[in-house]
Structure formats: C-alpha cells, structure tokens
Ligand binder design. Sequence first.
Ligand code: ZN
Length: 494
Amino acid sequence: MAYRVGAAWSESGLRLLDGKYPLAVERYVLRQVAHLVPGVTTVTPHARYYALHGLVAAEADARGLGSAETQELLRRCEVVLAAASHLHREDHGLHGFPQAHGEGRLRGLFTAPTVDFAEAVRPVKGGYTRSRWGFLPPYQTSERELGILVSVPGSAGRPGPGPRLDLRAVRDGLGPVLELARGAELRLADVESHVEQLCVCRGGAQPDGRWLAELLCRAPEDGSDEAGARRRETVRLLTRILDGHRSDRPVEQAVGEFLALDPRMAEGGALAGYVRAADWRGLAMRNYSVTAWRRLWSWLVGQAAEGVHQAEWADRFARAVPPGTVGEFWDALPAPTAGTGFGASGGGIRPEEELAVLAQGARWAEELTGDTAIAFNGPSREHGQELHPRWLAAHLTERRGLPLAECARELAVILLRRSARVALAKSRSAPDGRLRLPTKLQQRDTFLFTRGPEGTSRVILRLNRLAYVLAGCGVLAVDARSWRVTDLGRDLCA
Ligand SMILES: [Zn+2]
C-alpha cells in the first residue's frame, strides 16, 4: 500500500484576490454606524421581512415544524412576497422602493400564470436564493436584537417567535402569504388580488407595519433598552431631516451631506437639541476623509494600469497637485458648505480635490470642539494612527513650508507601504498551499501593476436603508422621491 507522509511542497506563487478595504481606513465609521443604528443594516432594506420572518417562526412553532420544513415554508413565503412586488412593479418603482428580495431572479417564472413552488424555492445557484434559509440570514441578527425572533436550542437553526413579536398584527397584515404559500403552485391571479395588502412597499398601511413602527420608535415599557435608545434618537433625527425633503439624489448622499455640512447641524444650530445630532455630524464629516483616502488610492492604483516604475507613479501624483507649498494649499481651502460639491462623488477622480477634502478633515480634527469633535476623531488611542485626520494634521503641519508636490510624492509611498501591510495582514494560505493576497496593486521589485480598478465607494451610513425601512412600516411616506413624516411617525417620534 502506498501512502505519503510528511510535508509536501506547496504550489509556487501567489493567488491575488480582490480586497474590500485596501487601506483599512473604514473601521471607525463602520463601527460607529452599527452603534448608532442597531437593528437595521445595509442588507435589511425591507420592513416587511422583519414581520414575515416573525410570522413564519410563529407558524412553524404552532405547527411543530422541523428545521427543513420551516426552511421550505420560509422560502415559499418569500417567493409570494417577490410575486406581489413583481405585480406591483409599476406603482412600486415610482417611490424608489427597492424590489422584494429575489424578484429579479424570479421574474422569468412570473411570466407564466402559475409558478411551480418546487422550482421557485430551490436554494441553488441561479435560484432566487442560494440559502436554505432564504433571506433570513441577513435579517436575523437584527430580528433577534429587536426581540422578533429567538434562537431555539437544539432546533438546527430554526428560529422561534421572540418576546416582542405581535403575532396578531403580523397575521392581520401578512396572513394571506401563508395561504398563498400552500399547495404545489402559486397562481399569480390570486396574488394579484392581494397586491395592495402584501407588497413590500405597502406595510405602512397594514397592522404589521404599525407594530414594527412602534418597535423601532417607541421605548419598551421596562425602559431597559440602551441600543434601542440610540436607534430611536437616530430615527428622530432622520425623520426630522427628511420631512419635506425632495431630492433626486439618493437619501444616503443628500442626508450625509446635510449631516456634515448644513449649519442647522452645528452645535447651537436648529437640530442641536437632538441627542444624537453631534454624533451623526462628526461621523458624516469623518466619512468624507475616509472616502477621500479610498478615492485617492483608487486613482493611484489606476495610474499603474499599464505597469509603471514606482518613482514615476509617485511623480504622477506630484504633477497632479497644484504648485505652491503645503501651507499655502491648506490655508487657501474654502470652508465647505452643503451644495458646493465638497467631496464630489460623481465623475472622475481629481487628486487635487481628494487632497483638499483630506486637508479639510485635518483642519476639522484641529478645530472641532465638544461632542462633534469626539464623534469625528473617535477614541484617543486611534488619533496617532497613520491616515487618521489628526495624524494628517500633524503631518501637514510639519511640512507647511515644503512644496505640495513633494508632500504628495511622500504620501504616495506611505499609501503604497500601507496597502502592502494591509494585504499581508489579510493574507491567508489557500488549500494548495499558495498564499492568497487580497490586493489590486501588485509590486514586482520597483514596478507596479494593477489587476483592475480599485473601489471608490463611500462607507454606507445606512441612512438609505433606514429611510426605506421606516417608509415600509409607515413612519415615513415617500412619493416620487419626496419624503414626509406620516401622522403615525409624528406621534412616535414626538
Ligand atoms: Zn410595491
């Protein structure tokens, strides 16, 4: 019998992958957003799934279903919601509401008068979901935090109904989903007659929406809900800002700019009485710096698309900034105000603009006071860390008299070294023994090459998600991108 023992040679070379955060400057903003909006994340856009998952958990409990049967019931119900959203798509799109989960992938099946459940609910590649638990996984942490679901020990992942689930409300709102989810086939004509009740955008007019609105916005009677208090204050602030707001820009962008730059947000301004206003202002300001580092890095990576010597690469950055000294550039920055294109996110990247945003962040690091300064700078142990706005302020101060071009050349090298360290810290060994290195920029001696464009997106503040969750449960109403607070919302957020 032949067998091998001991070590074997691994395959040679590196496996390069795409990394998400190449400069690792995002952590503080990500952490703070999670702190300020517990219960709503970037992957939970629909209020109605909170109610649906609660309903399914209660139904499975009542019927004594096992894990596999509950998975099937859940996926059937999600297919019904997707069908309702599909049939409502014309009205639905008017409000900018996102479609139900999986609607795009199921669209082909919805062209026939009936849908075969066995086919529609298969958790396979190319299906509406690849997860046996459908879209429960992205929501379930939030649903547990909110008390809608609980873990059931020994149930192989089957959630149970939580203490704050109002079964009557979710049944009154979404009961027909359970009816439609029975049988071998889903008749779209049957869904059609329930569209106004069941679509993901209609929860605000239904009992389950009202229940969820109270859950998100009203303190529990025992008052012991610190995380919930942060969310409620965030909701109060967001509803106040969005009331009467009309914009063709996404909520995230428009509100993010308002939070950071509108004078009403400043301490002593009209919104200063909102408990979380300073937290959000500082965070939204900090996100400009984070985004500018990401965009500047993306531009630098793009400069190596054809392969370039490292010195020439750094020189390109130096040539892209204005003449004069660091001090002249820094002192000449105009005060940023909303609507002036500060931190412009569209179009091509201009290194000079990104550098201006970063220099403004360094100025904020020195000039902000009070709670806004605390929220902007984060924990003091991080202030000295490379690329922190305070680090940059000290870095620029030391170089005030130097040409800006020289400072840019030096920054390029700092970023290059940092990205290499970040990629190494995130590297893992692959099953074949090769090292997996998450990087878009490849270094070979002093030459640089890229594997494709680097991301430029800003860190999501979850405001768009939160706005649509609030619209999905009737706290806000949105009509052709014009937002208002409903009577229910006024009552809950007073
Ligand atoms: Zn709809």
